[in-house]
Design a protein around this ligand. Structure first.
Ligand SMILES: NC(=O)c1ccc[n+]([C@@H]2O[C@H](COP(=O)([O-])OP(=O)(O)OC[C@H]3O[C@@H](n4cnc5c(N)ncnc54)[C@H](OP(=O)(O)O)[C@@H]3O)[C@@H](O)[C@H]2O)c1
Length: 470
């Protein structure tokens, strides 16, 4: 399906000298340009405090785009994309600091009919100031939209406060809170997989499913983000957003349509039924050596594993196990749906081990795909079952790698489509779910060896079951 390009608009990236802009946003915009999915007329304006000229910004942007494109860099696309790039150096705190931005946007107002997309790729501490500066300089006209990076708040109270601050200037229909996991094809595919295949939707409930586990494993440690990470930790950085969003797509009811609000209503309804995490059913840990990186004693977790349930008709009694960690054996995000066991009497009579349960394994990254394991008869005499696999590999089936999450999310924001962005009530409910793990009553931090699947305590959390990745 060929998608229509978004309407003409200016894209203003705050935090233009930062890691996210260079590693993800500029390469994503370039790819969209290459696919003809940027507006017929557009301007990309970078804004941050570092003094840089337009020429230097273009040169740095080119280096970032070339790096991200690997060997597949198209000179023609680049040169027309580069013409659209410009840069403004300025403060985020001084009153009327955005006047130069106002003047620049005014040059384009007529051809873009006043449309602007503001992308806040700055530290969260700058979000409220950006909104204030935009308001002061009269840059918030009715067609302007704002994209806010994660994390959105650091608990329920601060998320509510930030939403209220933004709503003073932009109504909710113009706010796009990013959770880049929702930009991933395999996460979106959860909806198609569930709601376009009659076979699976029929067994997607407590009658057929024993439990579901989701693992988001990172091989890297905290690297040069020690300060940020030590004040955040895995619960705020991953569990409250990415893991709960994946859980919502996996377990929500079919929406009444694919309209953005219909999908978001069902996600919120589901999140309201998720039982807040209990400290008794949660393991927090950090890898051995983390405190040395922080250079002081720390009780921040780089790993969390938690069990919860969903109090609704479909899922009552089914346990969900969610875990994420740094310095695990490899980078992998995997959902495993474990179906119930078959009756065992046939195998008991033959003195055979009962066949293992069916597994549906959904790989979100790095290799997107779905595998279903089931039992087949081992060749030869007798009826011994053997586990075999049916496999779908995204790249093999579609002949292309899935697009980067930020391409889809930037395109949708330019189109004004909210489906893959989190609404204020959704973010707030997610903070309520993790709230018991943020206060004084949360479990103590234990330690795990780098390169392992986390502390042994997390195996006890899931017993008598076991983690699929181990
Ligand atoms: N990097 C990622 O892969 C990633 C992934 C998911 C989410 N995010 C989110 O994206 C946002 C940006 O992350 P990042 O990794 O790009 O951060 P970064 O590398 O530190 O860049 C931050 C940018 O914001 C500007 N800035 C404005 N006000 C600032 C302030 N008060 N303190 C420091 N810098 C300020 C910085 O440039 P000047 O100093 O020139 O103003 C810089 O351009 C954060 O909210 C982060 O949580 C990032």
């Amino acid at each position: 399906m060929r998608l229509e390009p978004p309407p003409p608009q200016a894209i203003v990236v705050f935090g233009a000298s930062g890691d996210l802009t260079h590693r993800k946003l500029l390469p994503a915009l370039y790819q969209l340009a290459r696919q003809g999915m940027l507006p017929a007329k557009y301007a990309v304006i970078g804004y941050s405090r570092t003094e840089t000229t337009d020429e230097e910004f273009r040169a740095e942007a080119r280096a970032s785009v070339e790096k991200a494109a690997g060997g597949d860099f198209d000179e023609d696309t680049w040169s027309s994309f580069a013409d659209s790039l410009s840069y403004i150096a300025g403060s985020f705190t001084d009153p009327h600091a955005f006047q130069p931005l106002h003047d620049k946007l005014a040059e384009h107002d007529q051809e873009f009919e006043g449309r602007r997309l503001y992308y806040c790729a700055t530290p969260p501490s700058a979000f409220a100031g950006i909104v204030d500066r935009l308001a002061e300089c009269d840059l918030t006209g009715t067609t302007a939209r704002i994209v806010i990076e994660k994390p959105f708040g650091r608990d329920l109270a601060s998320a509510k406060e930030l939403s209220a601050h933004i709503h003073g200037v932009f109504d909710e229909a113009r706010v796009f809170r990013i959770d880049h996991y929702l930009g991933k094809e395999t996460v979106q595919n959860l909806l198609v997989f569930r709601f376009a295949n009659s076979m699976f939707e029929r067994v997607w409930n407590r009658d057929a499913i024993d439990h579901i586990q989701v693992t988001v494993a990172e091989e890297v440690g905290v690297g040069n983000r020690v300060g940020y990470y030590n004040s955040s930790g895995a619960i705020r950085d991953m569990l409250q957003n990415h893991l709960l969003q994946v859980l919502a797509f996996l377990t929500m009811e079919p929406p009444r349509s694919l309209e953005p609000e219909a999908v978001r209503d069902e996600k919120v309804k589901l999140l309201r039924a998720v039982r807040p995490f209990s400290p008794d059913d949660t393991i927090r840990a950090h890898y051995d050596g983390f405190a040395d990186e922080v250079k002081e004693p720390t009780d921040t977790e780089t790993y969390v594993a938690a069990r919860t349930t969903i109090d609704n008709w479909r899922w009552s009694g089914v346990p969900f196990f969610l875990r994420t960690g740094k310095r695990l054996p490899r980078r992998e995000t995997e959902i495993t749906v474990v179906f119930k066991d078959v009756p065992t009497y046939l195998y008991d009579s033959l003195d055979m081990a009962p066949p293992p349960a069916n597994h549906l394994v959904i790989n979100v990254q790095p290799r997107e795909g779905i595998a279903f394991t089931f039992q087949a008869k081992d060749p030869g005499p007798g009826f011994k079952p053997r586990t075999v696999k049916m496999d779908f590999d995204y790249e093999e089936s579609f002949g292309a790698e899935p697009a980067e999450a930020y391409e889809r999310l930037l395109y949708d924001a330019m189109m004004g489509d909210h489906t893959l962005f989190t609404r204020a009530d959704e973010v707030e409910r997610s903070w309520e779910i993790v709230a018991p793990l943020l206060d004084g009553g949360r479990p103590k931090v234990c330690t795990y060896d780098p390169g392992t699947w986390g502390p042994t305590e997390s195996n006890e959390l899931i017993e008598p079951r076991h983690w699929h990745l181990r």
